[in-house]
Design a protein around this ligand. Structure first.
Ligand code: COA
Length: 151
């Protein structure tokens, strides 16, 4: 996309409809949103993607990344993640984490393509932390797969 712009959130209101594509719990989103830097992908002045990056010490964690459904598969999510990695590196961060459901096969392969490797599994994370069961690709999400990138 030629006119794609990745910016830090300014006065724009939070596009919850995008965050909810990646995380169905508004309660969970609100827990990490206040502690996260928000990056927005914009095209023709519309927000079409979002990434929330939380930094603790020398580690960053991508808490949420989502792209408007009609723009998925065009490289925007990859660009948001690469932007967050670059920003982290510039800020002296040494390790970036990202977690996703055990049912999110496409997302896991995208993160692996970007250099992330699995280092942990948070067993029953989605059972213990979400009020409603989450189904994806016809399967019940239970564990959170944790991936890391050393930068
Ligand atoms: N549509 C297309 N590709 C998807 C996808 C989707 N819904 N989910 C994951 N992918 C993977 C594919 O493996 C694809 O690989 P390929 O290019 O070899 O076919 C790759 O991502 C495409 O990369 P890119 O175009 O940069 O991804 P994107 O702009 O679609 O952004 C997501 C990736 C996951 C952020 C986006 O698809 C999305 O918002 N999905 C819904 C929310 C979500 O699951 N967020 C992550 C929660 S951990």
């Amino acid at each position: 996309m030629n006119d794609l712009l990745i910016i830090e959130r300014g006065k724009e209101s939070i596009p919850y409809h995008l965050l909810l594509l990646a995380d169905p719990s508004r309660k969970m989103i609100d827990q990490y949103l206040n502690e996260s830097e928000i990056f927005l992908a914009k095209s023709h002045n519309s927000i079409i993607g979002i990434l929330a990056l939380r930094t603790i010490g020398s580690e960053g964690e991508i808490m949420n990344v989502a792209v408007n459904e009609s723009f998925q598969g065009k490289g925007i999510g990859s660009q948001l993640i690469q932007h967050a990695i670059k920003k982290s590196r510039d800020d002296g961060i040494k390790r970036v984490l990202i977690g996703t459901a055990d049912t999110s096969k496409d997302q896991i392969s995208l993160y692996q393509k970007l250099g992330f490797t699995q280092f942990d599994v948070k067993a029953d994370f989605f059972i213990d932390n979400y009020d409603e069961p989450i189904f994806e690709n016809g399967k019940h999400a239970k564990d959170m797969i944790m991936l890391e990138l050393l930068i």
